[in-house]
Design a protein around this ligand. Structure first.
Ligand SMILES: C[S@@+](CC[C@H](N)C(=O)[O-])C[C@H]1O[C@@H](n2cnc3c(N)ncnc32)[C@H](O)[C@@H]1O
Length: 366
């Protein structure tokens, strides 16, 4: 096999996001009433496509360009089928475990051979970090937590973040105990354009950010640490402690486990692009578009947006995030959708995946 082909295949089989860092609670509410609907979701690690099953749609069509990301969804499907809820949390890394190898093998039983082979090669990492900890994004957080955070804050100070307290006391905790000069220095270095670029984010991402990336991050930390209650934030907990505490992402919570499990056969996986789904001529009633628009130039974004409109049933909602680059309905199509601003604002205030700068809900007029 020529080298280039091996390289292509390696990139092919490379998990970027081993868990979904977008808050499914606000996604589900943003999509609104979906009983009997056809929904479309970007896969990423698969958690949010599964969360969409709680809305009782007739199907969730899941697309992703990356086979490794599709393999994350397939593993979850196997885990929901073959594990109980406690075992599921252990496998994923939300809870500590000494038996992840066994749980992984149990989850893989019955899945296609590509998925089995793929995950078998990752067994060692799954045992160490949980299946939700093996992506590039999680590795980035792990470096932050294990190598840098200990230089700045004690374990006691980090544990204290997750003690529930009223908002005024959260502000006081941030000001007096957490936001030290060392912490500010850490943010400035770790989130510098140079380091973020090196760690996998295109430097151009920051072109639209107000102020420096570190200032953007400091604003978002205020949202997570003061505006919202950190004790209820599974994403912050994982970043700071490498596992979940009492709070869990929607798909991983016990109350949703059986409903998702019963509806797994409504998931229709279509490896490939969103554009490929659109070209089938099918119409959808709602789209979870993750933050894919941010990876497109404004021109390509406008072209793709137009095709999504052509694949939307009247009343369909387009739900998506922006991390840094601003993307909202392109002016040419503004007369075909209504932005649900009041709902957006209500949900943005609660967005536990705090690092996004914007959350968008646009409803196709019909
Ligand atoms: C945009 S990334 C963002 C991930 C996210 N912020 C998270 O927390 O998981 C999500 C996924 O979108 C996929 N993707 C990007 N553009 C796509 C497209 N046009 N069609 C299908 N999948 C796409 C990527 O392969 C990736 O797995």
């Amino acid at each position: 096999m020529p080298t280039s082909e091996i390289e292509t295949k390696a990139a092919f089989y490379y998990i970027r996001y081993a868990q979904l860092w977008e808050d499914a609670d606000i996604l589900a509410e943003g999509l609104g009433e979906c009983a009997g609907a056809t929904l479309v979701s970007i896969c990423s690690a698969g958690d949010n496509a599964l969360a969409m099953l709680t809305l009782d749609p007739s199907k969730v069509v899941v697309v992703d360009l990356s086979p490794a990301q599709i393999a994350c969804l397939n593993l979850r499907i196997g885990a929901f089928r073959n594990l109980n809820h406690t075992e599921f949390l252990e496998l994923m890394g939300a809870r500590s475990s000494t038996r992840r190898d066994v749980l992984l093998a149990k989850s893989l039983a019955g899945l296609n051979s590509d998925t089995q082979e793929f995950w078998k090669t990752l067994t060692e990492d799954v045992v160490k970090y949980g299946a939700g900890g093996v992506g590039k994004f999680e590795r980035y957080f792990r470096i932050f937590r294990t190598r840098l955070l200990p230089l700045v804050h004690s374990k006691k100070a980090i544990d204290a973040i997750f003690v529930s307290r009223p908002k005024v006391e959260r502000q006081m905790f941030l000001d007096t105990r957490f936001n030290t000069w060392r912490w500010r220095l850490l943010l400035n270095v770790f989130f510098s354009r140079f380091v973020m670029g090196r760690m996998g984010r295109d430097k151009a991402f920051f072109d639209h950010v107000e102020g420096s990336p570190a200032q953007h991050v400091a604003r978002r930390i205020h949202h997570a640490a003061v505006d919202c209650d950190p004790a209820e934030n599974p994403y912050l907990h994982w970043i700071m402690k490498g596992t979940h505490g009492a709070a869990l992402p929607m798909t991983w919570r016990e109350e949703n486990f059986e409903v998702i499990k019963e509806r797994l056969d409504r998931v229709e996986i279509r490896p490939g692009s969103l554009e490929a789904f659109i070209s089938t001529g099918e119409k959808a009633d709602g789209f979870n578009l993750s933050d894919i628009f941010e990876y497109m130039s404004p021109d390509v974004f406008a072209q793709v947006y137009e095709t999504i409109l052509s694949a939307s049933a009247p009343g369909a909602r387009l739900v998506y995030w922006n991390m840094m680059a601003p993307r909202r309905v392109p002016p040419a199509f503004a007369n075909q959708v209504t932005t649900l601003s009041a709902l957006e604002n209500r949900l943005k205030a609660r967005d536990k995946a705090f690092f996004y700068s914007d959350f968008v809900i646009e409803q196709v007029d019909g």
